[in-house]
Design a protein around this ligand. Structure first.
Ligand SMILES: NC(=O)c1ccc[n+]([C@@H]2O[C@H](COP(=O)([O-])OP(=O)(O)OC[C@H]3O[C@@H](n4cnc5c(N)ncnc54)[C@H](OP(=O)(O)O)[C@@H]3O)[C@@H](O)[C@H]2O)c1
Length: 291
């Protein structure tokens, strides 16, 4: 799989590790100008060097963003727009799945951290970049959900539990935010009809996470991760589906899809297709994003 991506500008969040870094290397290797949006200066700069040396030069940049903070998202977008007039692909890869968190933690914006990082601030970033995406059309947005959602066939948006006030576990908060991303993708695809901007959601399955990113886990959870790794895809293999969605010319008009690796359409749970809930989620997300 090799696409010609010269003169294409691609933002990818959470680009300093795992699938995000692997996708950055693949996309930059095909000639794209990759803008790596990363939380940590140190990890971001290291990843930038790694990507540059993997593709021997190439056009790769780093912009710092903490997806948990709306101010940081606004600043990162401002920094990007100060030196770019076009955006061809926006990949929302970053997500918080920090298993140490046992109780809801509020962000500086007064939102529950997991819902803010993994849904609301993704909504915000898209909205802030939408005019540029439209001007650059045909252009693409890629969101990221999780195959683990199949274990939640009845999960729906909990409009009375956005702050984890009724129930909270990291796992539940994570899958709830991913369900919101799936529904947001379907709704956004409808709203973007006729603009030349497409949006598709990747359902990431079991992908190997290196030990360096798991050292905070209790021994029992580490054992589970090690067992899962035997059947896991590599980040590089998973990144190929990101690249396909970002770059394959045959997908120029494909929008509102939900995709497994490798490049396979899948169905979300029944609730995800409820237009009324999708539209209600949009209104609440806009309000929570301060728009
Ligand atoms: N690995 C799997 O089995 C699996 C399964 C289902 C879904 N997924 C999804 O796949 C995507 C990529 O995950 P991965 O496997 O590549 O894991 P990963 O290597 O841990 O990557 C996650 C990335 O998100 C970034 N991030 C987390 N919180 C952030 C914040 N507040 N602001 C900015 N960046 C933040 C991390 O940055 P830091 O280095 O600063 O932490 C890291 O770069 C995620 O959306 C995840 O939910 C993965």
């Amino acid at each position: 799989m090799n696409y010609e991506l010269k003169n294409k500008t691609i933002i990818i969040t959470g680009a300093n590790s795992g699938i995000g870094k692997a996708a950055s290397i693949q996309l930059a290797g095909m000639g794209a100008n990759v803008v790596m949006f990363c939380r940590s200066k140190e990890r971001g700069e290291q990843a930038l060097q790694d990507v540059l040396s993997a593709v021997r030069g190439g056009s790769v940049e780093l912009i710092l963003v903490d997806m948990a903070s709306q101010k940081s998202v606004r600043n990162a977008v401002k920094e990007f727009l100060s030196s770019h007039t076009r955006l061809d692909v926006l990949i929302h890869n970053a997500a918080n799945f920090d298993h140490r968190q046992k109780k809801p933690v509020m962000t500086e914006d007064g939102l529950e951290n997991v819902f803010a990082t993994n849904h609301v601030n993704i909504f915000l970033m898209t909205q802030l970049l939408l005019e540029t995406l439209k001007k650059s059309a045909p252009s693409r947005i890629i969101t990221v959900a999780s195959k683990g959602l199949v274990t939640y066939p009845f999960l729906d948006i909990e409009f009375d539990n956005f702050k984890g006030e009724k129930k909270f576990s990291m796992q539940h908060a994570y899958y709830h935010a991913k369900q919101a991303q799936v529904m947001y993708t379907f709704d956004l695809a409808e709203r973007l009809k006729g603009t030349g901007v497409t949006v598709n959601c990747v359902r990431v399955g079991n992908v190997a996470v290196p030990d360096t990113r798991l050292d905070h886990l209790p021994a029992w959870l580490l054992k589970i991760y090690h067992a899962k790794r035997k059947f896991a895809l590599t980040p590089e293999k998973m990144a190929e589906t990101y690249v396909w969605l970002a770059a394959d010319p045959a997908l120029e008009n494909v929008s509102g899809g939900y995709w497994d690796a490798p490049n396979t359409p899948v169905k979300a749970n029944k609730n995800a297709y409820n237009r009324e809930t999708q539209q209600r989620l949009w209104d609440v997300s806009a309000k929570l994003a301060g728009l």
